[in-house]
Design a protein around this ligand. Structure first.
Ligand SMILES: Nc1ncnc2c1ncn2[C@@H]1O[C@H](COP(=O)(O)OP(=O)(O)OP(=O)(O)O)[C@@H](O)[C@H]1O
Length: 758
């Protein structure tokens, strides 16, 4: 084993509790507390909709509680025993028809036998050492560590604007960063005394209106890094009913992450009149439509639901967008989101400011071209693809032929050492659910978080874990990105992810903002390459451990789990029946509704869908597959399809579907005119009319100075009194026909007006 891998015995309990402690890596004065729990009001929060019914109901069976089912089963068993005292009670746990469960839980009696040599072998140095022959294999595939070729370096130099970054890294206070008083007040009440490095780097550049590609380790404050400049720029927008418009859009890959960003945004904007709206699947469409009609300044959304509103909420438009943010941008740029992203970008003005962030952000030009960035500034404040400096990574070896012991290993770890505030990542929803049942049967307080749950269940699980009602959360990669849950002590990877990025995001749920944290990964024989990559990207030699779980403990829990198989199958059977019952009830309710409200239902305008359910599922599956097993090499579009097939598969939509009557009439008239050869002139005049109605673009805040020079003071006065956005005022007129006024004036007045983005 490499020298730096310290072997520890699982019996040795280390102090892993998360205590605020001075840290050299990040601001030692960090306070984790966001003055209250961002999720505390998830289930009855406002989300900008101003309606109580934000949680969508009726579309899925009512939430089922595994604990209730287990309790019910235990009660009925007890009753049976009491009533029938003389009957044999040993009929549970020995059933032979649990093959499926055995394989799902990787357990079977035959493989549970304890191996006396386990302690020595698992702890021996050879175990974690990499075989030389594997060194040349494609770890780089997973770790993305390939050296740039000269050509790529040249392309990057041409693509990025590298002149801005360095100077902005020097800020050590929000006060020096041109941030207004209402924001400073919010920052101070949130306990943010100093900017983190990514905030120090991003805020000044973003305030110039420049496009940004940002990268910093997990838990380093990227959310505030993009929300602070959004708010600051919005403070300079035109006010009044006519000027109300949605000017900023933040896209995230998961609903939970959107909720979290919404909470952070609302807190940071607490002392301003800037309004946020949360637009995610699983919450009430009607409440969201009502919210969007108010033209919130900032929309935080997941792509699918946003497109639904762009198409079907007639008063909502992205025409006035000034800033587009992609959080977890590398994930959003993957194939699973490709079509949705393209559709959204098509609806945004070309001259918007675009900012992309992720802890595993790529600066590969090819990946970024789709976003039509304009000379983006590259702000990579940490070494590419690294873990937080305060993270201790542990690895537990799963020896060849002992794969069946994974579940027992997990239970042993959680029973003996990591007893609270532990999130366990699993590859599949089914396994997450089964292990949640196992933990509950063993009396461990546990919940689950994955895509098979209703939104209500997902939010509740998160809340329960956050407030410590449960000690363990069984999660899929749905929870691996972005979630900021205070005080997570341990992340356990039941299996090693196949992508380094995925690993970094999972383990990044702990050790956030300079706090201590630990990851424990079960490593099988097939995971050696990833293990090597994970160690290589670790925080240092002293931060990697090899944990040994004593063989007798594993054997004990293997036996116990084996004896629970029948019980687990019983719980799952009960759940299935419950689900079917509820589904039948729901169908009945739906039918009754149809009969009662038929006329009203049919009179509603039909919603149009961007993708059919089948296409959505296919894109989801593709995204998952890509996320789990790396990037396929085929081009994105029309994968595996013959020419013409792609067109054929597109959803069939009527030409005028989803339009209001007025818009429909206008379009029909236009079509008629177009036939007469007038199309160009007409569309130009419509564009002109629309443009005239648009509110002004938000400006770029000027640098505040203690004593402004006379000439600058004049400019400032003109800007304020003119009632126009600063940029437009200074430029005198719109920079370019067809595109909204160009951002970044403060630094690029001499620049030519930009051409349209693709
Ligand atoms: N300037 C600051 N001072 C103190 N705490 C901060 C500061 N900025 C952010 N934090 C805290 O740091 C934590 C992590 O922030 P955030 O969730 O934005 O990280 P992130 O970089 O987006 O992580 P990930 O890559 O996992 O999405 C949050 O709890 C936040 O409250």
């Amino acid at each position: 084993m490499d020298d730096y891998v310290l072997t520890i015995d699982s019996d040795v309990e280390e102090d892993i509790s998360v205590k605020p402690k001075a840290s050299e890596e990040l601001n030692p004065d960090f306070t984790f507390d966001l003055t209250g729990d961002p999720y505390a009001d998830l289930l009855d929060g406002d989300y900008g909709q101003g309606a109580a019914d934000v949680v969508k109901s009726g579309s899925r069976p009512e939430p089922l509680s595994v604990d209730e089912i287990i309790a019910r089963r235990q009660l009925s068993k007890k009753r049976k025993r009491d009533a029938d005292d003389d009957e044999e009670d040993g009929d549970e746990g020995e059933d032979g028809d649990d093959d499926d469960l055995d394989s799902q839980l990787s357990m079977s009696e035959g493989e549970n036998a304890s191996d006396e040599e386990d302690d020595d072998e698992v702890g021996s140095e050879e175990d974690v050492e990499m075989d030389g022959e594997e060194d040349n294999e494609s770890v780089s595939d997973a770790s993305d560590e390939e050296e740039d070729s000269k050509a790529e370096i040249a392309r990057k130099a041409a693509f990025f604007d590298d002149t801005e970054g360095a100077s902005s890294f020097t800020h050590t206070s929000f006060l020096t960063m041109n941030v207004s008083r209402p924001l400073l007040k919010a920052l101070s009440s949130m306990g943010f005394q100093q900017p983190t490095p990514i905030q120090a780097a991003t805020i000044p550049v973003a305030l110039l209106g420049k496009d940004v590609v940002g990268n910093a380790v997990t838990g380093s404050g990227k959310t505030a890094a993009f929300i602070i400049p959004i708010i600051e720029r919005l403070l300079y927008r035109d006010k009044g009913k006519k000027a109300a418009a949605t000017r900023c859009l933040v896209l995230t890959p998961t609903r939970e992450l959107a909720v979290q960003s919404f909470e952070v945004g609302s807190k940071l904007a607490a002392h301003t009149d800037i309004r946020f709206s949360l637009i995610v699947g699983g919450l009430s469409i009607k409440a969201q439509e009502a919210s969007l009609r108010q033209r919130p300044d900032v929309v935080i959304a997941t792509p699918g639901r946003l497109i639904d509103h762009v198409r079907n909420s007639h008063s909502f438009t992205l025409d006035n967008l000034d800033i587009l943010i992609l959080d977890e941008a590398d994930r959003m740029l993957e194939d699973g989101f490709a079509d949705e992203l393209t559709e959204i970008i098509k609806s945004c003005p070309t001259s918007r400011q675009t900012m992309l962030f992720s802890a595993t952000m790529t600066d590969t030009v090819d990946d970024l071209v789709r976003m039509s960035l304009q000379k983006p500034v590259r702000l990579f404040v940490d070494p590419k693809r690294s873990v937080a400096k305060s993270l201790v990574q542990e690895f537990v070896r799963v020896r060849a032929g002992k794969e069946a012991e994974r579940s027992a290993l997990l239970v042993a770890l959680c029973k003996r050492t990591f007893r609270q505030r532990t999130i366990v990542f699993l590859r599949s929803k089914k396994l997450a659910h089964q292990l949640r049942i196992v933990f509950s049967l063993l009396g461990m307080k546990c919940d689950e978080l994955h895509g098979d749950l209703s939104q209500e269940q997902r939010l509740r699980a998160l809340q329960q874990f956050k407030d410590g009602t449960v000690d363990f959360l069984m999660a899929t990669d749905l929870a691996s990105r972005g979630l900021d849950i205070k005080g997570i002590e341990t992340v356990i990877n039941y299996d090693m992810p196949s992508q380094l990025a995925q690993y970094l995001h999972r383990v990044g749920r702990t050790a956030r903002a300079g706090q201590k944290g630990r990851s424990v990964t079960l490593v099988g024989e097939a995971d050696r390459k990833m293990l090597k990559a994970a160690i290589k990207h670790g925080a240092g030699e002293d931060k990697v451990r090899h944990r040994i779980v004593p063989a007798d403990a594993v054997a004990k829990w293997s036996a116990k789990l084996g004896s629970l198989n029948a019980e687990i199958a019983g719980v799952m059977d009960d759940e299935k029946q419950e689900k079917e019952l509820r589904r039948a009830e729901m169908e009945l309710r739906k039918g009754q509704n149809m009969i009662e409200h038929q006329a009203e239902i049919y009179s509603r305008p039909a919603r149009t869908w961007f993708q059919t359910q089948k296409e959505k599922d296919a894109a989801g599956a593709l995204g998952r597959q890509q996320y789990e097993s790396g990037f396929p090499e085929e081009p994105q579009k029309g994968k595996g399809k013959k020419a013409g097939e792609e067109e054929k598969d597109k959803p069939k939509r009527g030409k005028y579907d989803g339009m209001s009557r007025k818009a429909k009439r206008r379009k029909m008239a236009m079509d008629e005119d177009a036939e007469e050869g007038n199309e160009r002139a007409i569309s130009a005049s419509i564009r002109g009319a629309k443009k005239a109605q648009r509110p002004d673009k938000i400006g770029v805040p000027e640098k505040r100075q203690t004593k402004p020079s006379k000439s600058k003071a004049k400019v400032k006065k003109a800007r304020v009194t003119g009632g126009k956005a600063g940029f437009d005022q200074e430029l005198g007129q719109r920079a370019h026909e067809g595109a909204r006024a160009k951002k970044g004036v403060a630094t690029s007045l001499k620049k030519k007006a930009p051409g349209k983005r693709k």
